[in-house]
Structures are given as structure tokens and as C-alpha cells.
Ligand binder design. Structure first.
Ligand SMILES: [Cu+2]
Length: 338
């Protein structure tokens, strides 16, 4: 029986033994030896966020206009509610029922020498940063010993060989990267690519793997725009029947975003799955082409980005305003200090 990717029908099938193994695996560092596929799933470490956690990272700039990333599809054991409870309603969760074996994108150093420490965005893959005018090379390696995977990018320009979307009898190797194999996607950030965009598996296993968290984001700055002081990634999906932010559900498990007064703060908001969401942050507003907002909707594979200069200290909520989603996990904290 397939107990991977946390589909609804396999919920709760992960035995307590697997959780124990995950706890042991969590003690191990994330570094993987060169070229070796991680045979056993590795559990996520609890993420302790700090102000510095939310500084935007960079790719490796190998020429004036070329940025390179190395990204692997890596098997992990993932607990959707690592804090074990919903503090708003007092509900307690059995880790055996909130843990799944799955595959997620993780960033590696050049030539896949070592797996890098992930950003504070749960199971979301590495944020691919670039600016308009850049060529982006994403070197992908499939460490999943069981199934093919790929990367399909929204928002950027590419030839069909870099589409990453499987079409039976038509598409090439980049759409069906077999266990242990690699493929390089070549992307161009045009003037119309500025913004935030999702990427995700589009191989023959995409139906299960996207539900399991095999997705990430591109963050592309317009030419001449400075990086923000803080960048937050909110990715709405559903895992193990829990409405998640970055693959995590409920306050104290979802990311605690942090900023200080005076920071230029950027929010990257994305959705995948089957539902429509309405993103809301308390105590703040932002500008869009339609005027000022404090709620904005995001449908599957849609995304938006906005910035503000922070001026409101306090502990604030961010959440999906679909009530059922919010009460089923899609909520977290935003902490602003002086
Ligand atoms: Cu929602």
C-alpha cells in the first residue's frame, strides 16, 4: 500500500515506528555525501525563526546575468503539525496521524556536493531569486529512488525542452527525470516576469507529489529594485486533510514571520491544490492596481507579491480568511519588534 505523499486515503497509516525513526533521523545533519541518493527519509528539524532568517537569499551568480541553483527532490518524513496541537481550540494531534513520507525540493551547493540548510518556509522548495534580464539555470537531481519527478516553472520564458511538463510520447527527459538522474532547466526572466511565481512537479507523479509538497517559488525583482529587508513566503495547500501554510498547520507549527519597525517587508503569497484562499494580515494594508487592500484572493497556481515599510509593532495574525481553512490550520503569527 502506498503510504507516501499524504493523500487523504493514506492518512494515519504512518506507524509510530516511523515517527521514532524520524526523530532519530532528525538528529543527523542534512548534509548528504556527493552523488549519493538519500536512501532513507530525513525528518524536518523544528524551525526556530529569527529576524535574520527572513533575509532574502541569493543564487550563485556565475556571470553578470546568469544565476544558478542546484535543487534536489529529496525524500523526507514530514510532520504537518510538529508542535502537536492547535493552541486556539486546544486540540491535540497524534504525530502518527500528522506525519507523512513524502518528497520535497531542497537546495544543494554547486554540483550537488551538499544539501543546504532550508529557509524558514516549511516544506516549500528553495526560493529562486533573480532579477529581470537574468538567465536562470536550475540544475535538478531526483533523489527519490521510487518515482520520476520534474520542475515546471511559472512566470518565466523557456524553450519547450525546459517546460518540465510530461506529455506522453511528446515531452523530453526534463519532464520525466528518473530516480538518480539530473536535468538542467534554462529560464529567462523577461520584463513580464517580475513578481513571484510557483514552480512544481509536472512529471507523471505530479498528482501525488504536489499534494505531498513538491513545490517552491521564483522571486524575481524588477530591474533596479533593491532587495527587501525581510521576505516571507506563504504557500497555501492541504496535506493530510489539514489546511497548511508551507506544509504546516496551526499556530506554533506554521512559520512565525519576524520583522522590525523600519524594515521593508515583502510577502510572497502562492496557492496550489484544489481550493481558493483569501490571504489576510491583521493591522496592515497594501497597495494593488485595484486600490488598497487587507485581503487578497489566491487560486491554485496563482500568486502575488507586495511590500510595505513596517511601522506597527506587535504580535499579529496572518491567515486564510476562508473560515473553515483558518480553523483547520491555515493561520500563523507575524511578530514585529522595535
Ligand atoms: Cu483558504
Amino acid at each position: 500500500m502506498d503510504d507516501r505523499f499524504g493523500s487523504g486515503r493514506t492518512r494515519g497509516l504512518v506507524a509510530a515506528a516511523a515517527v521514532l525513526a524520524a526523530a532519530v533521523a532528525a538528529i543527523l545533519v542534512v548534509a548528504l555525501p556527493s552523488g549519493a541518493a538519500p536512501a532513507k527519509p530525513v525528518a524536518q528539524k523544528p524551525v526556530k525563526t529569527t529576524l535574520a532568517s527572513f533575509r532574502p537569499s541569493s543564487g550563485r551568480r556565475t556571470s553578470a546575468n546568469t544565476v544558478e541553483y542546484w535543487v534536489g527532490a529529496v525524500p523526507v518524513t514530514w510532520n504537518v503539525v510538529p508542535a502537536g496541537s492547535d493552541p486556539m481550540l486546544g486540540t491535540k494531534f497524534d504525530p502518527a496521524k500528522t506525519t507523512m513520507n513524502t518528497v520535497i525540493y531542497r537546495r544543494f551547493t554547486a554540483n550537488f556536493e551538499n544539501q543546504m540548510k532550508p529557509g524558514p518556509y516549511g516544506l516549500v522548495g528553495p526560493i529562486v531569486h533573480a532579477q529581470v534580464g537574468d538567465t536562470i539555470l536550475v540544475h535538478f537531481k531526483n533523489y527519490d529512488p521510487l518515482q520520476p519527478h520534474s520542475m515546471h516553472f511559472h512566470g518565466v520564458h523557456y524553450e519547450v525542452a525546459s517546460d518540465g511538463a510530461y506529455i506522453p510520447g511528446v515531452s523530453g527527459p526534463g519532464a520525466d527525470v528518473k530516480p538518480g538522474e539530473t536535468f538542467t532547466y534554462k529560464l529567462e526572466a523577461g520584463d513580464d516576469s517580475a513578481g513571484v511565481w510557483p514552480y512544481h512537479d509536472h512529471s507523471p507523479s505530479m498528482d501525488m507529489s504536489i499534494r505531498g509538497g513538491l513545490y517552491g517559488a521564483l522571486s524575481i525583482r524588477p530591474k533596479g529594485q533593491a532587495k527587501p529587508d525581510r521576505e516571507f513566503v506563504v504557500f497555501f495547500e492541504k496535506q493530510l486533510e489539514i489546511n497548511t501554510v508551507d506544509g504546516l498547520g496551526f499556530i506554533n507549527s506554521t512559520p512565525i514571520f519576524r520583522a522590525k519597525v523600519g524594515d521593508v517587508v515583502q510577502w510572497d503569497v502562492l496557492g496550489l491544490g484544489d481550493d481558493h484562499h483569501s490571504f489576510h494580515v491583521h493591522g496592515h494594508r497594501w497597495s494593488t492596481a485595484d486600490g488598497t487592500r487587507d485581503v487578497q484572493t489566491v487560486s491554485p497556481a496563482e500568486s502575488f507579491v507586495f511590500r510595505w515599510k513596517e511601522d506597527k509593532p506587535g504580535t499579529w495574525l496572518y491567515h486564510c480568511h476562508v473560515e473553515e481553512h483558518m480553523m483547520n490550520g491555515m493561520i500563523g503569527l507575524y511578530v514585529v519588534t522595535r
